[in-house]
Design a protein around this ligand. Sequence first.
Ligand code: P6P
Length: 282
Amino acid sequence: MTEIVKTIEKIAIEIYEAIKTKDTGKVNSQNKSGDVQVKLDVISDEIVEKYLLKVSSVKEIMSEEKEKPVLKSGGKYLVAYDPLDGSSLIDVDLSVGSIFGIYEGGYSGSEIKAAVYVVYGPRVEMVVARDVVELFRLNEKTNEFEFIKELKLKNKGKVLAPGGTQAKWFDFHKKMIDSLFKEGYRLRYSGGMVPDLHQILLKEGGLFSYPATIDKKEGKLRKLFEVFPFAYVYKKAGGGAIDGYKDLLSLDCKDYHETTPCFFGSEYEIKKVLETYKDKKL
Ligand code: P6P
């Protein structure tokens, strides 16, 4: 596992360099989820593949940007990753990120063994979730990631990141979000899952939601590359991660690009979601 984390450090440094120097234009292609790809999606994916396939403990890698996994001999870990999440935000100079889920045996929520994400913002930070959740920061003078602190969520926060098209929210979901705002929560939503969830984690509490909507009952965010890794991070940090009804890590995954509604947050907010959704049929 350490070899994979160390390799992700090298990947992050190279992707960060690409973000600063390469063209942010679009390519005329889409990934399996139908996202229009930008050149940096393709470049970042190539960087991840170049490094991860050299790691002896890795058995296969599965990219959000590809239809099928890339296999290699040896190793025991399966690494599912989103090489550059939120890449459409780069041309407006907002933070983006890379997300890695490290699995063993298969790609169900219960088979994830660790998660790593990197935020490319005013600073480059990496969060590693194994038994605990640790924050590292890139020292650009030495090009080394330095340990900063352990991250933990308090019981309740003040930050709300309500995703999804509001015009398509179910009424009961809108009522729940409105009631949290009435309690004094602050809106913090950039449209980048990585910085939005990173903020709540560093502020030690709150709620990120990308719910089922009237037009997309399965939500938008991908289980393997986005949802399971962040569910792992949030649960190890003492918070919760659910689909509205059950623990996200109790879900299986029948298709590599399957999506699910998702809520990540501290205990108080997750409890509120469960109470809101418990008797609702979508
Ligand atoms: P919307 C970025 O495209 C992404 O996959 C996540 O990073 C982010 O949370 C979500 O989509 C934003 O979606 O519909 O709010 O633009």
